[in-house]
Write a protein that binds this ligand. Sequence first.
Ligand SMILES: [Zn+2]
Length: 284
Amino acid sequence: MPLRSWLLAAACATLGGCATAPETPSSMPALTRAPQPAGVEVVWLGQAAFKITTPGGKVIVTDPWLRTNPLTPAAYKQLDSFGKIDVLLVTHGHFDHIADAPALAQLYKVPVRGPGDLLNTVMTLGVLPPELLPRMNKGGTVGPVPGIKVTAVRAEHSSIYVWRNPATGKDETHPGGEAIGWVIELENGFRIYHAGDTGVFGDMKLIGERYKPDLALVPIGGNFTMDPADAAWAVKDLLKPRAVIPMHYGANPLAKGTAAQFSAAMGSSAVQVIVATPGQPLKF
Ligand SMILES: [Zn+2]
């Protein structure tokens, strides 16, 4: 079945019929799902890196580990190949999430959005100037460009920033704030939950109920994050998006989880599992 038809069918199944709105606790604003088709393009670039093109033509890049990422297609290892970046998001300070963010920020004159205390470290080390490091923290929602809203949400992970001191040639480990995930709302209301690196945690239910993500991007590799079984449980029982793309596997030998294991663990769930190939554009 074509993806868009599937998503519509899945949404109807999830909502118990297309004419019926989902139940919302009375204390929460009633967010509604985005209309379908939403005109969104998502390209996985390996690990937690994605290029998202919005219905309004904005380009959002997440967790850019590109030049030394074994899964990143050759074209995207050329940092100037993006043409433009309107929103640049990182979830925490580990190399496999922030590696190319400073270079992209300089190249495209786009601020890095991430945990405020991580950005403070990046600033005081002189890696980027303050104007490219607007601070925020968990619970904060900002509109980095018109029509786009990003919210920093909890992740169950850690964060350090390893920086090579040019004066000594040695690596130093600096505080990296606390790891976060992102809820990204596009111009038409389509919402993407990028979980960052995380274990499963109970407030994923809150994220699911409050933000009703259309698409979830969740780590499945295990060892550093959820494994396929935990990730499937989180998606089916807590987040309940329309569709999910597994990420953060296949690039580190310690993260042994596979997309096949994740798909099997999802079973007959109404959530569509989309196993992305790095570089392949996916339409929503
Ligand atoms: Zn990672």
